[in-house]
Design a protein around this ligand. Structure first.
Ligand code: ZN
Length: 170
């Protein structure tokens, strides 16, 4: 049986999301089809609003509201500016914030070093990290424990030591 074209398109687009395989994409598509029109419109609007209303913080590259100059962490004067935690993705910031124990600031790499996938230092936000080292005493390396995450942490530790900044690994 051939699916109608709009259904094929919807399944294809949903299937491009991370963690969504073809079966999940199909299940989500039929779920959306069965929802009231107002619910689907609210979801579509939320997607567009998020895409148009959000931006990267120019200091730490975490997510920020488009009409704010900085993200909520960089904007908060109570956060320790001498302590910076390096993470791979904005979701990692949220995970650390949930613990409530960390009082420093962040730097979001938006990836990890991966020679296999053509990701070198220039593809990450490293230049911006080196540019903000003035006044930073310690950098916490919170990249993942994958091979690439570990290699990225080692690269960062080496480069930061050369620049006289203390590092720790979590
Ligand atoms: Zn920020």
């Amino acid at each position: 049986m051939r699916f109608p074209a709009p259904l094929v398109t919807l399944i294809r687009e949903l299937g491009r999301l991370p963690g969504i395989g073809p079966k999940s994409a199909q299940r989500l598509a039929f779920h959306l089809f069965n929802r009231p029109t107002a619910d689907v419109e609210a979801l579509a609007q939320a997607l567009l609003d998020a895409k148009h209303g959000l931006d990267r913080c120019p200091v730490c590259f975490h997510v920020k509201s488009k009409d704010a100059p900085l993200c909520a962490v960089c904007e908060d004067p109570r956060r320790d500016a001498a302590l910076v935690c390096v993470v791979e993705q904005p979701a990692d910031v949220l995970a650390i914030e949930r613990s409530g124990a960390y009082q420093g600031r962040y730097h979001v790499l938006h990836g990890v070093l991966s020679p296999m996938h053509g990701v070198g230092p220039d593809e990450l936000t490293l230049d911006a990290l080196w540019a903000r080292l003035d006044g930073i005493e310690e950098v916490v390396l919170a990249t993942s424990t994958t091979v690439e995450g570990e290699a990225t942490a080692m690269y960062l530790a080496r480069t930061l030591h050369e620049r006289g900044v203390r590092t720790s690994r979590i």
